[in-house]
Ligand binder design. Sequence first.
Ligand SMILES: Nc1ncnc2c1ncn2[C@@H]1O[C@H](COP(=O)(O)OP(=O)(O)O)[C@@H](O)[C@H]1O
Ligand SMILES: Cc1ncc(COP(=O)(O)O)c(N)n1
Length: 340
Amino acid sequence: MNPPVALTIAGTDSGGAAGTAADLATFAALGVHGACVITAVTAQDTTGVSDIHAVPLATVEAQLRAVFDDLPVAAVKTGMLGSAEVVELVARLCADRLLVVDPVLVATSGAVLGGEDVRRAYLDHLLPVATVVTPNLDEARALLGHDGSPRQVAEELATALAGRAAGAARRRRVETNTVPSSGIADRVGLDTLAGARGSTSGATGGSTSGATGGSTSGATGGSTGGSTGGSTSGATGGSTSGATVIVTGGDPAATGSCTDWLAEPGKPPIPLTHPAVPTKNDHGTGCTYSSALAAHLAHGASLREAAEQAAAYVTRQLRTSKTWSLGRGRGPIAHTKETR
Ligand SMILES: Nc1ncnc2c1ncn2[C@@H]1O[C@H](COP(=O)(O)OP(=O)(O)O)[C@@H](O)[C@H]1O
Ligand SMILES: Cc1ncc(COP(=O)(O)O)c(N)n1
């Protein structure tokens, strides 16, 4: 039987901890075939980022078209996109897909991986069409433009994105009228503008988020039924009501546990708590988490289930890497197969 396919759109990390290295290793570990579209090549190690080479926009687009025209992509995950124009391109070509956006702005090491124009492009273009957004606390505060507790920023960001999602659906209608026909343009067809509810369940291995049309009702847009405990089906692509926001992290040092806050628009945020692993070997943790989330969604899990499983996976990998001593800086989260 075919495995589900997930696509990562991200940058490379020469040190093998974050970016596409983390994403593909995580997909493989979780039984998903990983496709990858490279947006930037970074010279990076455990101590920081020393160089970034942006892949030309046309090459990013060509990679996207090659993957979408050929493979039954059940879920898309974005990491470092690096420029506002790549953010816009991804928003345009992935708007009706099951889309996990990790809004990478700053690396653990402090390196800036996306400037103010990238932050704006996320807010204006990509986050409004995302199914789920996974900022860490700093990224969530940066996106909102102000401080707040993890719970507060998760709730506020979900509310803000819900407001933008309707506008994005309107914009998509205008844009898809002008996109020349191709494999992708066909799938991002007029029917989908109401918010495609095409099956993206990777469990079948054969589905792409097809233009099946669907309800314009905000209640179904970007549905994440599992987080309310009501649905057993996986999340679907094409948000019209706004993304679910998961603000990751918390303060493990302070409490011995990590709490990720899952917020759906219009609902009280839900705390998802798991044990903290005391370690500095956490480079690549955010990439690993969002890839694990996408992998579980590609298997057909509900969002709540996928979020819990992703955190459990990260925790296991951190337990493996916590005794490692690799590199001079912040060591990698383990991408090796579990040894115990
Ligand atoms: N020390 C830790 N122990 C266990 N889980 C962790 C630890 N640090 C982060 N996590 C978990 O890893 C996932 C990614 O979170 P985070 O570290 O905030 O991402 P980022 O790398 O983008 O800052 C979340 O589920 C978070 O709770
Ligand atoms: C190519 C690339 N993508 C993403 C990150 C963020 O990961 P982290 O927050 O663990 O540094 C990174 N450092 N490099």
